[in-house]
Unconditional design. Structure first.
Length: 642
């Protein structure tokens, strides 16, 4: 029943990130491939057409014809943007004029893309939606090609001239971050010829990721098992449903069927991932980065030590995780614990939650952020920018998609569960981050780095968890909400840190000149699963069959990304604790981070806000918080466990 959340940026946008503000679309699943949802939930089908739960995209474009007219107008801009190269940076005023123009087009392009991709995700079966989405991507590509020269031209101006221009022309201030970032990253750029060669090859470099997606979503024939007399196909969707099944034998059967199938394909799935890892290592070498992880973090100026500190401190905190597993075993009343016992609910959920409930709980829980924040959220919730219920052909998961100057779009698959309420508040955490940043920053620096994005979303989740624990009416309810809060830390912190450690191990191995294969990755993943789940200490049994789980995680094809869930959960824990003291200063500090958008590098920004992500402290504090939640939970249980 878990539908964790994950941020995604299209590959194309990632490739063009240095040229145009990339459409960072926060969120879908932590660990599943995006695919059309299996079926509408009970009640959802009827409600799917209720106008209160379907977004109104007419604030983006009046209708499809208006969208098409804008697309044509943008395509007509491409040659004009290419022509800006002539005399670019001649003086401060002309530089400003050119950058303003590029910004304006980037903003329009983003709006064009947001409309198309939002529509496509509501019904993947529609050929018109797919075509429009393709057209938006193509427009992005054309404008990207027409402006690919810009960063090189900015670098060529050199830091001294750039600084002189910034002093001479106040209108350049809004472009300061971009101008300085181009200079900062200049030493990792290759010659124009080499960059052109790499850009030409770029489309082929994503092929292994595409091969993996096709294998798992289309080519592999997933097995069918019988559950309650009914056949159930154990593909991604079936597996995610069955792994939380209350019957242990069903769970075990589902895990065996699912991961044995991965094992049969571990050669090709391993080759695809190995190539992705090798690509990262080669890229780091070409661009003079000390390692693949350093290359990946350079974009947001995050020190490699932040990543390695996270991994090291998570290892030290594993006794806390093991305590949770023992508690889980006790609550599930099992004689022992296995990997297939991680997902079922530890107690029965107390109730169902409509989207209206989710809205009210979210509004009440953000009270520590102040009345103005609450008011802004209330108005945003009423703006009809949400697509709430599952529907045939709709993508799975959830995301937030922002357009500058407007209430962001929020895409959900609400199932009336508490997990859906968490997703609801999570996405509105992103939404409020967008609104706060837009309110304080010009378009150029409103887009926040992904290292900060999940902090806002998790802070919303943690405030909700606190609100639910404080307002729970019965002992059972309190146990449920405490259990949910602890499980969330497992999924968003420990599990993601384990993935981060796997990514580090695979890349380090290739950097040492060792060869990767599916078999080797299975062995490496097995060691990590055993360590994180306390197999040697008798905490949990890790059956060898589950060690191919690495092949199920699509995000390994986006290296050094998921660690940000773990760092963000630690940071959000810190800020939530500060906010819950009711200190106005803590509130201003937190809102200051949201409002900074993308105007500063995230690690020094957080350090100035009292949180050093390069030190063990945030991770130690998170472990202490989890221990406290477990103390509270244990205090609610009968004194002598059977
Ligand atoms: Zn998120």
């Amino acid at each position: 029943m878990k539908t964790p959340r994950f941020a995604t940026t299209p590959l194309l946008a990632a490739l063009l990130a240095l040229t145009l503000a990339a459409p960072a679309r926060a969120d879908d699943d932590f660990d599943s491939d995006v695919q059309p949802a299996a079926a509408a939930a009970a009640g959802g089908a009827a409600a799917a057409s209720d106008p209160r739960y379907v977004w109104d995209l007419s604030t983006l474009f009046k209708d499809d014809a208006a969208w098409e007219a804008e697309r044509q107008a943008l395509l007509a801009e491409a040659p004009k943007l290419a022509a800006l190269r002539e005399g670019f940076g001649r003086d401060a005023a002309s530089l400003r004029a050119a950058l303003d123009r590029l910004s304006a087009v980037s903003q329009r392009l983003r709006r064009l893309w947001t409309y198309a991709s939002a529509l496509a995700s509501t019904d993947n079966r529609s050929a018109r939606h797919q075509e429009r989405n393709g057209q938006a991507r193509a427009a992005w590509g054309q404008i990207g090609s027409a402006t690919a020269w810009v960063d090189g031209a900015l670098r060529a101006l050199g830091p001294e001239r750039i600084e002189a221009f910034l002093r001479a022309e106040p209108g350049l201030e809004r472009h300061r971050v971009r101008l300085q970032e181009v200079q900062r990253l200049a030493r990792h750029q290759l010659t124009p010829e080499a960059e052109t060669a790499l850009a030409t090859l770029a489309p082929t470099m994503g092929a292994t990721t595409q091969i993996r997606t096709l294998l798992v979503t289309t080519d592999i024939e997933w097995p069918t098992i019988t559950v309650d007399g009914q056949p159930v196909k154990v593909d991604n969707i079936g597996y995610q449903r069955l792994r939380a099944h209350p019957d242990r034998a069903v769970r075990q059967q589902a895990f065996d069927a699912f991961f044995k199938t991965h094992a049969r394909f571990q050669g090709s799935l391993g080759a695809a991932l190995a190539q992705r890892v090798e690509l990262g290592v080669a890229n780091a070498r070409l661009r003079q980065h000390p390692s693949a992880v350093a290359a990946s973090l350079a974009g947001d100026a995050i020190p490699e030590s932040v990543y390695r500190t996270l991994v090291a401190e998570t290892n030290k905190a594993l006794p806390t995780l093991h305590r949770y597993f023992k508690l889980r075993q006790r609550l599930l009343k099992l004689p022992d614990l296995a990997y297939h016992d991680v997902y079922p609910d530890i107690v029965t959920p107390p109730r169902r939650y409509t989207p209206q409930d989710a809205a009210e709980l979210t509004l009440a829980s953000v009270a520590p952020l102040g009345a103005a924040y609450q008011k802004q959220l209330r108005e945003a919730l009423a703006a009809r920018t949400m697509h709430v219920y599952p529907a045939p052909g709709k993508s799975s998961g959830a995301y937030q998609s922002g357009v500058y100057g407007q209430v962001p779009l929020i895409f959900l698959n609400h199932q009336d569960t508490f997990d859906s309420v968490s997703t609801y508040t999570h996405e509105w955490g992103h939404g409020m981050h967008t609104l706060q940043a837009n309110g304080a920053q010009p378009f150029e620096t409103a887009g926040y780095p992904l290292f900060l994005a999940e902090i806002a979303a998790f802070t919303h989740e943690l405030l909700l968890a606190d609100h639910m624990q404080k307002t729970a009416k019965t002992r059972e309810e309190r146990i449920f909400y405490l259990g949910e809060a602890i499980e969330r830390i497992r999924g968003a912190f420990f599990r993601q840190a384990m993935f981060a450690e796997f990514e580090l191990a695979t890349h380090d191995a290739v950097q040492r000149g060792e060869a990767l294969s599916g078999t080797r990755m299975t062995r490496q993943f097995c060691e990590l699963l055993r360590k994180y789940h306390g197999a040697d200490a008798g905490v949990m049994r890790i059956d060898p069959v589950v060690c191919t789980e690495w092949a199920y995680i699509p995000h390994f094809h986006r290296p050094f990304y998921v660690y940000q869930y773990a760092t963000s959960m630690a940071a959000a824990t810190h800020f939530t604790q500060q906010l819950l003291t009711g200190s106005p200063q803590a509130r201003d500090t937190y809102l200051g981070i949201l409002r900074s958008g993308g105007s500063r590098h995230p690690v020094p920004l957080l350090k100035d806000a009292g949180l050093d992500m390069d030190s063990p402290r945030p991770y130690q504090a998170l472990a202490r918080h989890m221990e406290r939640l477990m103390d509270e939970l244990e205090a609610l249980l009968p004194a002598n466990p059977a």
